[in-house]
Every structure is written in C-alpha cells, then in structure tokens.
Design a protein around this ligand. Structure first.
Ligand code: NAD
Ligand code: GLY
Length: 379
C-alpha cells in the first residue's frame, strides 16, 4: 500500500470553547480552503492582506478557497507598521463594510504581525464581532503574533494600546512562504524563536545555538522544528494565562521593556524592526540580570554571543541606520515608564536567574538600570 504521509503538524491551543488548531507545514496556502471550510459559519470570507503579501500569495489563497466552495474577497492595506495607525484602521473598517459582510462572514489575515494584529482587532469589532483566521507569512507571525489572541492597533500614545484579546478559529503556518521573506525579517522573527528557550527551556536555547544558522539558511526540518517548538511553548503559556492575569504570559515579554524603548526612540520605523528590538532587548535584560547579581555573567554573555553571531543587532551602536544616533538613557527610561506593562509608573522587566529561568521583576533599581544604559550607550 502506498501511504502518503501528511507533513503538516497540528498543535492545539486549549482554551475550552475558544480552542483552536495551529497547523504547521509546507503548501498550506493551497490547502487553506479545505482546512478552513469545516470551521466557517458560512462559505464567505474576506481576506485582509498587505500589498506585498497579497501580490505574492493572494491569488493562490483565493483559488484554494474557491476550490473548497468558499466565496472570498480581498482587502489590502499598505505594508508596514503604519497600517496599524488609528486612521488606517478606520479606512480598513470602511473597506470591509464596503464588502457587505454579515455576522457569519469570517476574516482571514494573510500576512505578518501587522496584518494579523489589525485583522484580529477588526474581527473583534466588525458587526460587534465576527470570526477570524490567521495565515501568518513572517517567521515572527508564525512563532508568536498569530497565536494567543492579542490583537490591536497603535495610537500616538504608543503601540498596541487599543486592542482586544480575541482568539482566531484557526492558524495556518505555511513554512514555504518564508522562502520569499527578506533575510532581515527572517532574523527579526528568529529573535522570538530564541526567546522561548531563554524563558523556560534551556535545552531549546542550546538547540538554537546549534541549529539557528540552519533555520535561517532554509533547512526545512530545522525551520519546522523551530516553529513547532515555539508554537508549543506559546500554546502552553496562553492556555494557562490567556489574559496575562498572572505573571506567566508576561514572561513572553522578555526583552520587550528595553525593546519597546528602543523602538520608540527610533520612531517604530524601518531603522529597527520589532523582532530586532526584542533581540537587543533580551541581551540587555540578561545584562541587567547579571549586573544585579541575579544571573551568571557567563549566561548573559552566551545570550549576547548567540544573538550577535546569528546576525541580530545587539549593540546600540549597530542600531539606527547610521552610526550617528545619539541615545539618551533618560529618554529610554521615560519610554519604559510609559510602557503598558509598567504598573503605576513602576519599571517592570522580565529578568532571568539564568538561561531558561526568566521571571517578572517590578521596582528594578533605577541606578543599576541607568548604569547599564550609560555603559550600553558608551560601548
Ligand atoms: P510585518 O507584518 O510588517 O511584516 C514584515 C514585512 O514583511 C512587511 O513588509 C510584509 O509585507 C513583508 N512580508 C510578510 N510576509 C512576507 C513573505 N512571506 N514574503 C515576503 N515579504 C513578506 O511585520 P512582522 O514582523 O511580521 O510583525 C510585526 C508586528 O507584529 C508589530 O506590529 C508587532 O507589534 C506585532 N506583534 C504582535 C504580537 C501579538 O502577540 N499579537 C507579538 C509580536 C509582535
Ligand atoms: N507576544 C506576547 C504575547 O502574546 O503575550
């Protein structure tokens, strides 16, 4: 008998009535119609994508949906973080309503984290809530943003400050689409992969050290393993703390307090991608942990070495498009106080007692933080 093995793997996000599958594997865009169809309230979807991704994969997704008897239309937004701005969100809502959706229409996010966050929030509020599915096309979106139901948009007060916890009905991570992703975007997503090892899985971090270059070079088995392990970790954490009411889900913010401050200083623009900021932020969080005597210095050095060897910017002087950026410790600390994780203005960080031993720390000593930032700026 000729048995054809399905190379796709499925991970369940266990959230009682809102549980869903993450399917990971090659060629899933072409199978999306058949995989989505049983979950649709009606055979009608509106795909939301950015212009770059729509040009690459929109027609294939539409063909797959049509083959499964699903009517689809597509609405596109410009590529980039600007599409998460309030005004852009308003335009998207009107474009969606132009398509005359009803409450059984499902939105499908085809793109990276920008499209996923935006579409998820649109689904949460369109006609007071319609279903949505994620077809993530960046490594960052496949290992992090498409899973867990954090959706939202940006305001002049900061990133993701308006949003909702709203879970997708399905996540389809087609590993083939990463072949067209620019290397810089791939690297930025890789920072979020390594993050899962640093949080609570030292064996996975060791795997990353040995295999990260292969993941980036396109080794399909290694790439799939990295995505699968990341989604398993994220699914486990989200199932236990969906709305970040304990400190568990907050561990996913390792590197984010520093990272958001760096992104804010660089204007959330192309000088520093979100994943790059997380990578640099994780190196700084381990350095701060070592400086505070919480974490062995060798562990902090190991983190920085792996991230920089793989090609991520970990030094402030390598961030900013040119070498003339003037960093200011006071300005960075100001951004950290405004972060949505800072409760009552208290500085909140994810620190570590070692690789794979992350924890949430409030009231971090400001003098130590300032010392770290001054040294990082001078280095
Ligand atoms: P992105 O969505 O902007 O995508 C990056 C770029 O890659 C875009 O220009 C896009 O057009 C292009 N692209 C996407 N897929 C491609 C492909 N397969 N081939 C070629 N080009 C492709 O960026 P991102 O890094 O995926 O996401 C960043 C966003 O995710 C931020 O807004 C961040 O706040 C958010 N985020 C959300 C969560 C969450 O839990 N909701 C977690 C992490 C990050
Ligand atoms: N990316 C952080 C979270 O999903 O909680």
């Amino acid at each position: 008998m000729n048995v054809v093995m399905d190379p796709a793997r499925t991970i369940r996000v266990d959230l009682a009535g809102r549980s869903y599958d993450i399917v990971i594997g090659p060629g899933l865009i072409d199978r999306a119609g058949a995989l989505c169809r049983p979950l649709l309230a009606a055979p009608r979807v509106i795909v939301v994508s950015d212009e770059t991704v729509a040009a690459l994969y929109g027609a294939r997704l539409a063909a797959s949906l049509e083959k499964a008897g699903v009517r689809s239309d597509i609405v596109t937004v410009p590529a980039g973080e600007g599409s998460k701005e309030f005004d852009a969100f308003g335009r998207l809502m009107n474009d969606l309503l132009d398509q005359r959706p009803d409450r059984k229409t499902t939105l499908v996010a085809l793109g990276g984290g920008v499209v996923g966050d935006l579409t998820g929030f649109a689904a949460a509020v369109l006609l007071r809530g319609v279903d949505f599915m994620q077809v993530p096309t960046t490594l960052l979106a496949q290992v992090d943003s498409s899973v867990g139901g954090k959706t939202g948009i940006n305001t002049r007060h900061g990133k993701n400050l308006v949003g909702a916890f709203y879970q997708p009905r399905l996540v389809l991570a087609d590993t083939d689409v990463l072949d067209t992703l620019p290397r810089r975007e791939l690297l930025a997503g890789y920072a979020e992969v390594a993050k899962y090892g640093l949080i609570d899985d030292p064996a996975f971090f060791a795997w990353c050290e040995a295999n990260g270059a292969g993941v980036l070079a396109g080794d399909i088995a290694k790439r799939t393993h990295a995505i699968e392990q990341s989604c398993l970790a994220k699914a486990r954490i989200v199932a236990a703390d969906e709305r970040e009411t304990t400190d568990l889900r907050a561990l996913l913010n390792l590197g984010h307090t520093f990272g958001h401050a760096l992104e804010a200083e660089t204007g959330f623009g192309p000088d520093l991608l979100h994943g790059e900021a997380v990578g640099a932020g994780m190196a700084m969080a381990f350095d701060l942990s070592a400086r505070l005597g919480l974490c062995p210095t060798v562990d902090a050095e190991r983190v920085r070495r792996h991230l920089s060897t793989i090609g991520l910017p970990t030094r402030l002087r390598s961030i900013g498009g040119d070498n003339r950026r003037r960093w200011d410790a006071g300005a960075l600390i100001g951004h950290m106080r405004g972060d949505k994780k800072a409760e009552g203005g208290r500085l909140t960080f994810v620190l570590a007692r070692g690789i794979g031993r992350a924890f949430v720390s409030r009231d971090v000593d400001e003098a130590a933080l300032r010392g770290l930032l001054d040294d990082a700026i001078a280095a």
